[in-house]
Structure formats: C-alpha cells, structure tokens
Design a protein around this ligand. Structure first.
Ligand SMILES: Nc1ncnc2c1ncn2[C@@H]1O[C@H](COP(=O)(O)OP(=O)(O)OP(=O)(O)O)[C@@H](O)[C@H]1O
Ligand SMILES: [Mg+2]
Length: 259
C-alpha cells in the first residue's frame, strides 16, 4: 500500500468577475500516490492549483470531491488530529509561519506541547529543552538560537526553524510547498541539501512543490505536472525531463533557463 493515496481530488472556488459570480475548478480530479521514502515533485505554473492540492493532502482544505488516505486511513474530521502528527507542512514564506512574539524554543516545541497527551514520555521543561536543542542541531543551527526571536534570523535560518518545527513530532511525510522560493539562490541550495540529508537520515517521504524544473528534477524521484488544476503528466523524474509527453510539460522545460 502506498503511504499516501490521493483519489479524484477536486476543489472549486467562486470568483467574482464584474457582477458575475463564476465557479472555477482549481483542482480537477487529481489522483496520485506517494510511496514510502520517495519524493514526488509537483510542477506547475503560478495558479495551476499546487497549493490548493497541497492543502487538501494536508487536510487543511476540504475537497469538494475525492479523498486522501494516509497509510490506509482516510482523512476525516475524526482522523485528522492523529494524521497531522504523521504529515507536516513547510510553506513558502518562512517569516509568515513563525509567530514573531514567540522565542525559537517555544516555536520549535509548540507541536510537542499541543500533542503532549498522545505522545510517549514526559513533556517536562528539561525534556523539551533537550529535544529543542536536538531539533535545532538537526537543521544545522546552534542551540543558542533557542532564546532568540524569529526577526533575529535570516530567511534561510527562519526556514530552518520552520523545518525543525515540522520535524518535532517525528512525522513520516513532509508536504513542502515552495519551501525555498523566497530564498536567495545560494541559501536555497543549502536548504535543499538539508532537506535531502534529513530525508535520508529520517527516511522521510516528500511531496515537493515548485514551479522550478531544475529544482524538482534535482530532488524528485517522480514528477507530476499540474496544468490549470489537471494532472497532465506523471512519471519517473529523469525520463519525464528527457522526454516530456504533454505539450505543457514540453513548454515548461523549454522555458527553463540552463543553470
Ligand atoms: N481560498 C481561495 N478562495 C478563492 N480562490 C482561491 C483560493 N485559494 C486558491 N484560489 C484560486 O485557485 C487557483 C489556484 O491557486 P493555488 O494557490 O492553488 O495555485 P498555485 O499553483 O499554488 O500558485 P502559486 O505558484 O502562485 O503559488 C488560483 O486561481 C487562486 O486564485
Ligand atoms: Mg502556491
């Protein structure tokens, strides 16, 4: 059984065009699986529905049609709490995801405090401090950061803090929605390599969303391509990049500057 099975995911939004109210299908009947330990890259232009799809996979947006199963368990209002521990998001804007009034220690340990009733072991200050220090080290930061506030860090460091926070509950799956798109190229490369290293160490499964062909090609085992809400192509990363089948994918690849 695949770790994640998305079936027929569909989401519509109403938009106002002048006086008219128009329903648009922003994600249209999308099915895919995520196999244990793989990275599925999700490619598509701005507005193609990538984030909407990611939010449905995370159980943050309810689909109009279709379902998501994690390890065979369908996401419902009853199962979501338990499944959230196993599947965590990292979003594009590293600052927006961090409450500026909270210290890094509280940001990183908040998921543990929220879920403490269902977690093994104690949630004493001491245990939390040790766990927080380990989490920071695992994302390449020093534990001295724990007493500081988000604004004291660069964009790349903020995203590392977000990743540490996402790892706090030892999830199996990370849904990464353009996690390095807001970062400078060299910083982005470091964070991408951190993600690779973490995946290896922790046997993580990634849904990695990006509009960048080279980035997705570098990270993904398989690639799925979304065009205006529809999945137009899905396949093994290298063969898809060498011989794209759909005209849309061909154009995405042709438009990519050689880096
Ligand atoms: N909450 C919402 N209400 C109304 N429309 C929405 C909502 N969320 C998304 N949309 C619309 O759905 C479409 C897809 O948006 P989405 O954010 O999923 O695209 P995306 O592929 O992630 O784009 P980007 O690359 O810019 O992040 C857009 O036209 C957007 O305006
Ligand atoms: Mg998006």
């Amino acid at each position: 059984m695949a770790l994640v099975e998305a079936e027929g995911l569909t989401r519509r939004y109403a938009r106002r065009i002048g006086l008219r109210r128009v329903e648009t299908t922003v994600v249209d009947d999308v099915s895919f699986t995520l196999e244990r330990g793989e990275t599925l890259g999700l490619l598509g232009e701005s507005g193609s529905g990538k984030s909407t799809l990611a939010r449905m996979v995370l159980g943050l947006t309810e689909p109009d049609k279709g379902s998501v199963r994690v390890d065979g368990i369908a996401i419902t209002s009853v199962t979501i709490q338990g499944l959230r521990r196993r599947m965590q998001p990292v979003f594009q804007d590293p600052a927006a995801a961090l409450d500026p009034r909270m210290r890094v220690f509280d940001l990183v340990t908040e998921p543990l405090v929220i879920h403490r009733r269902s977690l093994p072991g104690d949630a004493s200050r001491q245990t939390l401090r040790r766990t927080a220090a380990e989490l920071l080290r695992s994302v390449g930061m020093d534990e001295s950061a724990l007493a500081r506030y988000p604004h004291e860090f660069s964009g790349g460091q903020k995203q590392r803090i977000n990743i540490a926070r996402a790892l706090a509950l030892q999830p199996e799956i990370l849904v990464l929605d353009e996690p390095v798109s807001a970062l400078d190229v060299s910083v982005a490369a470091q964070v991408v390599n951190l993600l690779r290293q973490l995946q290896k160490e922790r046997k993580l499964t990634y849904l990695f969303i990006s509009h960048s062909v080279p980035l997705v090609r570098y990270l993904a085992t398989r690639i799925a391509v979304l065009e205006r809400g529809r999945l137009v192509e899905m396949g093994e990363a290298e063969s898809l990049c060498h011989a794209p089948q759909s005209a849309y994918t061909q154009r995405l690849i042709a438009d990519t500057p050689h880096l």
